[in-house]
Write a protein that binds this ligand. Structure first.
Ligand code: ADP
Ligand code: MG
Length: 369
């Protein structure tokens, strides 16, 4: 195996890894061209691709150890609407790559993953980014180009209208580093994360419900609010611009986005200064804003975040698109230990699914193995 190219001379297979992500702060800001502060997880998806010896029948055959169905066959000429379910993420990558003028070889692909699926930790972007890297190992595509192609696969083939946060985090992640992302310039700035605080990801184990429709509705509200304010996107409005909107849903949606952007910048400064108390307070304020103004949390998620906040975390907030998924909590080592021991029982005693808690660190971004 050649470690720098990921190309195995004997088996002619290319293996790529891409991580999931957890967002420290900055939710639904990406498609509003604002800011977010994610880390790449030390959990990821590994894709191995072996091109066919001959042109074969012009398809990519995929198998995933994390999917219910055995294998899916994707015609290289696939178009949106032809494949649904988990195969759509890979078919979308094939379609978006060819659409952007890049060749894709026929062959066989196998997928394994340590990212929990549907937990708000972006198993979808981990899958897309690993697939794209494995399919384009010998091309010169930049991280930004790969992120855009992955987003097109998810938006236009899978049909999920997500922003660029997940893909940029997976592709640009670095160990011990958070990424301040500016979604207008797509600039990614590393912010060191030392080990003085423990990061817990608390998976609610409650499925997203109607998330795609609700997500699209939030997007539409933000676009309507920007139009009412006479700006192209909410990024172009000042922090207090929501005050100029009439009382109602649009005003609250805009207030979340505009105050969240300010919180991300303040959080990035707090992280640099190793001020966990300030960072935690911003995380708590972000949760409140997602709960009351953007209305994307659930009773289970609220209980988990509030329990973590009350029982010693510096701060805790829902992370990811919402309507289920996970909570991120920033803690001292001692309070992390206490939460791991006590929080699952408290949440299940209140009639919710028992959460799963993981200690995570910022891990490396997507790369060839
Ligand atoms: P999240 O990205 O938060 O995990 P999504 O609903 O965006 O949740 O993406 C989850 C979907 O991505 C799964 O339902 C499945 O279709 C697909 N997926 C993710 N990882 C894998 C995998 N390792 N194998 C097969 N499909 C996967
Ligand atoms: Mg996803």
């Amino acid at each position: 195996m050649n470690a720098t190219t990921g190309h195995d001379a004997d088996a002619c297979a290319t293996t790529a890894y891409a991580p999931g992500r957890v967002n420290l702060i900055g939710e639904h800001t990406d498609y509003n061209l604002g800011y977010a502060l994610p880390i790449a997880l030390d959990l990821g998806t590994t894709v191995s691709f072996r091109p066919a010896d001959d042109a074969g029948d012009g398809s990519v055959i995929i198998a995933s150890s994390d999917a219910e169905s055995d294998t899916v066959s994707i015609d290289l000429g696939t178009r949106p609407g032809e494949i649904s379910g988990w195969g759509a993420y890979i078919a979308g990558c094939v379609w978006a790559l060819r659409n952007a003028g890049h060749e894709v070889a026929a062959g066989r692909m196998t997928i394994t993953s340590t990212v929990p699926v549907g937990s708000g930790l972006s198993s979808s972007a981990a899958l897309e980014c690993a697939v794209l890297l494995a399919l384009t190992a010998h091309s010169e595509l930049s991280g930004h180009e790969l992120a855009r192609i992955a987003q097109r696969a998810e938006n236009d083939y899978v049909g999920a209208p997500t922003g660029l946060l997940d893909q940029l985090a997976s592709l640009f992640g670095r160990a011990d580093t958070a990424m301040l992302i500016d979604f207008r310039s797509l600039e990614v700035t590393g912010v060191p994360v030392d080990e003085s605080a423990t990061i817990l990801v608390i998976d609610s184990n409650s499925p997203h419900r109607h998330a795609a429709g609700e997500y699209a509705a939030r997007r539409a509200s933000c676009e309507a609010a920007a139009a009412s304010l006479g700006v192209a996107s909410l990024r172009d409005a000042d922090e207090d611009a929501w005050r100029r909107l009439p009382e109602g849903t649009e005003r609250r949606r805009a207030r979340h986005i505009l105050t969240e952007n300010a919180r991300v910048l303040a959080a990035s400064a707090a992280l640099r200064e190793r001020d966990e108390t300030a960072l935690g307070a911003l995380m708590n304020a972000s949760h409140e804003s997602m709960r009351d103004d953007f209305e994307i949390t659930t009773p289970t998620i609220d209980l988990i975040a509030e329990t973590a906040q009350l029982r010693g975390a510096y701060g805790a907030r829902m992370t990811g698109g919402g309507f289920g998924g996970s909570v991120i909590a920033l803690c001292t080592a001692d309070s992390a230990e206490r939460l791991i021991a006590e929080l699952p029982d408290i949440v299940s005693a209140a009639g919710h699914p028992t959460p799963t808690i993981r200690v995570v660190r910022p891990g490396p971004g997507a790369h060839l193995l």
